[in-house]
Design a protein around this ligand. Structure first.
Ligand code: HEC
Ligand code: HEC
Length: 257
């Protein structure tokens, strides 16, 4: 939903003159960005935008480039806004900068957190840099792409927000044998999944008894970790800011600032 061009004309009688309209920027933000960056910009499926410091560059031009081009290889989409719209939007983002609770770093010890990660078998489903499995989503850039609150929720209550590309499906064969995994593809006749051993499996629907679409996450909830382990693990996950352009071959996965 976009506002009417009419409104823009009323607000900009002087053609070509861009006067920042923060309220308008806020409207654009709510309609297009809040879904991932949170209603107040403090983050969610996307990173927080309220610290005033941006990973992809902090000048107005940098931020505008990200909005126009998206971040390839991530869920940050590209937007086709008018110049004035982008100006308002960035003007609004600038007003958020002050609203950050003074750079609250995530407490905890990332190095200890890495041990918690390894002890709990996270890498049997996740990849960080070159290490681990691709059954679940890659976590190489997790700290750059999600807010700490969102990450915490992902651990304690994974089913609260299941990523579209990682919906679970269970196929029940005629003999009752069940095969579960991440749904890769599905049409009227067949369903493809990736099982936990990272094998692709294809099933013809008329050859199986049932195809169940799971409403629970394929990830177990980690709600019995000690407070200390949880905090350290969170500090580790938030520190993961590997280079997105390196794709799977990321060489700086840990503790990168
Ligand atoms: C579908 C989810 C989604 C939507 C919608 C979305 N973003 Fe993003 N955005 C992301 C993700 C994920 C990232 C982190 C990309 C990465 O890994 O670097 C991001 C990154 C950014 C960044 C860079 C942050 C930094 O630290 O450099 C800016 C700025 C940004 N988004 C602004 C916006 C604006 C403005 C809108 C609306 C016009 C928007 N985003 C809509 C998901 C989204
Ligand atoms: C049995 C496989 C499995 C194990 C073990 C597992 N996960 Fe997951 N995880 C998944 C899957 C599948 C998803 C995606 C589905 C969802 O969003 O719930 C996911 C999602 C996540 C997300 C959200 C990712 C994002 O981009 O939003 C985080 C964070 C995460 N896992 C961290 C961990 C950590 C840390 C551990 C170990 C303590 C762990 N996982 C153990 C399968 C697993």
């Amino acid at each position: 939903m976009r506002y009417l061009p009419m409104a823009a004309l009323l607000l900009y009688p002087a053609w070509g003159q861009t006067e920042l309209d923060v309220a308008q920027g806020k409207g654009i933000f709510r309609n297009n960005c809040a879904f991932c960056h949170g209603l107040t910009g403090s983050g969610g499926r996307g990173p927080s935008l309220i610290s005033g410091r941006f990973l992809h560059g902090s000048t107005d031009e940098d931020v505008k480039n990200v909005i126009r081009n998206g971040v390839p290889g991530t869920t940050m989409p590209s937007f086709d806004f008018e110049t004035a719209e982008i100006d308002h939007l960035v003007g609004y983002l600038r007003t958020l900068a002050g609203s950050a609770p003074k750079s609250a770093p995530v407490p905890g010890d990332p190095a200890q957190g890495r041990q918690v990660y390894l002890r709990n078998g996270c890498s049997s489903c996740h990849r960080i840099g070159m290490e681990g499995s691709v059954f679940g989503p890659e976590l190489t850039r997790l700290g750059a792409s999600r807010s700490p609150d969102y990450i915490r929720e992902s651990l304690l209550n994974p089913s609260a927000d299941i990523l579209d590309d990682y919906q679970g499906v269970t196929v029940v064969a005629r003999d009752g044998k069940r095969t579960g995994g991440v749904r890769i593809n599905e049409d009227t006749f067949s369903v493809q999944l990736r099982d936990v051993s990272q094998n692709f499996r294809i099933f013809q629907k008329d050859e199986v008894r049932e195809v169940i679409h799971e409403t629970k996450s394929l990830m177990p909830a980690y709600n019995s970790l000690s407070q200390e382990d949880l905090q350290n693990l969170l500090a580790y996950l938030v520190s993961l800011r590997g280079d997105v352009n390196a794709g799977a071959h990321v060489n700086k996965p840990e503790g990168v600032r």
